[in-house]
Design a protein around this ligand. Structure first.
Ligand code: B4P
Length: 194
């Protein structure tokens, strides 16, 4: 199975991707996690990405497409994957089409999480609060002002990715406002039909 999870920041893509990994035994390919790891390890990609991510902007297409092409070629992605946070722009979606067609592979579904912007802000503030209470460092981009920039980037560059997949008959919307277990159930129902 090859899936894309699409939606605004804080919509629950990462949360549901982990549940899908547990349920289906396929890998989660999260560009956010890969970029944060590159930043932690101080790699050339990490050095280029850090400032952009901290500011809540999108990392350049060439960097992100580069890391995804390398990752998708790994043996553990051969039997399927869940793309979480990629593609975030139409050029990224077009690059993914190219990568998959070279491998003779197809996407099974693109699941779009629908969540109101007010709810997104509330979730991010809560995540920051819980992280602080655990004594762990809070993600710089979970600051309320920077989160606004992330939402703007989503509205400007990522919102157009859903129609791209709708035109190809792959898009299925899920109500991401509901509790985590209910969203998981809704996704499971969608996957029974693909
Ligand atoms: P990401 O790591 O993808 O961050 P995200 O959008 O906040 O994650 P997600 O939607 O997965 O939210 P989560 O499940 O954690 O990106 C971070 C940055 O990396 C970007 O801003 C950008 O700079 C860069 N980047 C990544 N990919 C890129 C690309 N392709 N191109 C360019 N740049 C890229 O959920 C958030 C919170 O809500 C959690 O605390 C969770 O517990 C809670 N939650 C989730 N579902 C819930 C539910 N149903 N009910 C209640 N709470 C819920």
């Amino acid at each position: 199975m090859r899936l894309i999870l699409l939606g605004p920041p804080g919509a629950g893509k990462g949360t549901q991707a982990q549940r899908l990994v547990a349920r289906h035994g396929i890998v989660q390919l999260s560009t956010g996690d890969m970029l944060r790891e590159a930043v932690r390890n101080g790699t050339p990609v990490g050095l280029r990405a850090k400032e952009v991510m901290d500011a809540g902007q999108l990392v350049s297409d060439d960097i992100v497409i580069g890391i995804i092409s390398d990752r998708i070629d790994q043996p553990d992605a051969a039997k399927g994957f869940i793309l979480d946070g990629f593609p975030r722009t139409v050029p990224q979606a077009e690059a993914l089409d190219g990568l998959l067609s070279r491998k003779g592979q197809k996407l099974d579904a693109v699941i779009e999480f629908k969540v109101d912007q007010e709810k997104l802000v509330g979730r991010i503030l809560q995540r920051a609060q819980e992280t602080r209470e655990r004594g762990e460092p809070v993600r710089k981009d979970d600051d309320p002002e920077i989160f606004k920039t992330r939402l703007e980037a989503f509205n400007r560059d990522t919102a157009v990715v859903a129609p791209y997949y709708a035109e190809r008959g792959l898009l299925v919307a899920v109500d991401g406002m509901r509790p985590i277990d209910e969203v998981e159930k809704a996704i499971a129902e969608v996957l029974e039909t693909v």
